[in-house]
Design a protein around this ligand. Sequence first.
Ligand code: NAD
Length: 463
Amino acid sequence: MEITESQIKSIVGEVMAKMQLGSSVTGMHGVFPDMNTAIEKAKEAQKQVRVMSMDQREKIISKIRVKIKENAETLARMGVDETGMGNVGDKILKHLLVAEKTPGTEDIKTQAWSGDRGLTLVEMGPFGVIGAITPCTNPSETVLCNTMGMLAGGNTVVFNPHPQAIRTSIFAINLLNEASLEAGGPDNIACTVEKPTLASSDIMMKHKDIPLLVATGGPGVVTAVLSSGKRGIGAGAGNPPALVDETADIAKAAQDIVNGCTFDNNLPCIAEKEVVAVDAICDELMRCMVEEQGCYLASPEIQDKLAHTVINEKGALNRKCVGRSAKALLSMVGVEVPDNIRCIIFEGPKEHPLITTELMMPILGVVRAKNFRDAVEQAVWLEHGNRHSAHIHSKNVDRITEYARAIDTAILVKNGPSYAALGFGGEGFPTFTIASRTGEGLTSAQTFTKRRRCTMSDSLCIR
Ligand code: NAD
């Protein structure tokens, strides 16, 4: 049966009304008034998950996949309505990607050595209850993807979601628990609190029953988790440059860069945040962006207005501008453009505030480089040592190698849009937690396990 647009709007309206902040969230699985109770409930659930067969864990994960697909549009609309960020169409695609391609229990692998002196196995075991902190930019995507991986590894999870996205996060957590119950698993495989705060996050970080913390967000939260004295996985900020040299297919580079940059209004941390183009092709690249890819070329006056609108005097982002469309941003500075304007571009020095800052908006500054060497230097500077993501458009493999070594990021997309790195029009699995700072890279079920060696001395080697 087809669900119409107005029916979906009405479902979202009902859910949002039921979940108004401050009102009761009774009936939502996994939601508790305080963090200590949430951890206790997740611990009880983990005792059951711990002894489940892998097959049973996989049954729950399959059910989660079905639920995400059924609710992709509702989740997407809730995310946009609650945070004011991103766009519904791309958020639906992100949820479908999570449902279809997030690794499950097949990611949990045993290594074995057998020989004259017996048999040794290294197995991946659960940590127990994992404490996770999630961003407002991909709220339900992160909650769902994290839980699938953590559960595949035999864990349960307690979330301290971004307060600005709590209703969407609670809706996702409820779905996860419904899926578990329907597949014969326990309730509370994922838990949270009604009102997450820094205080509830602090309780989680210090709790004796939380052995592993996973932080997805900006530098503040990653530093907080890494200072906790516990094992921490830190998925922090990026500012990914896209380098274009004269060997690239310039029209395709313009298309890939604008597609990647505008996906979900530039919210993904991996998305192109600025371009560094060698002088020989810089004008042609910008022409393609404007004439073929729906970019608006901002004058110096509009650049100044934008800079003062999207960044405040203290250098912090104006949250009302994050994840907004190019049309909405231009309207804020008094410029009205048609709907087909997808991105704002301009040429400027790398130090320009709209270029050096991780904006998470479809504003793409273009930095002109004298040659390839100069482009690499400027791109490395712009990435700010985050070691997160970078992109390149070049047909010269030696140059691609040189750039990859110099920028040393967890993700490097060659000749494609940034989202290819998440398995979207590219090979590989998706994640919304890219542990750039602590080095795990793209997280999946095996990231959320600990290695244990099991050795049988002088037997069980049957050859
Ligand atoms: P944010 O840092 O404002 O918030 C992220 C989470 O951390 C929220 O739940 C917030 O409540 C919490 N938080 C913030 N400071 C904290 C502190 N001192 N102690 C405890 N908790 C704290 O980020 P955001 O605006 O929600 O998301 C955007 C940022 O996250 C960008 O910098 C983006 O690059 C980054 N991000 C990174 C990844 C990744 O995989 N590496 C994925 C998504 C977003």
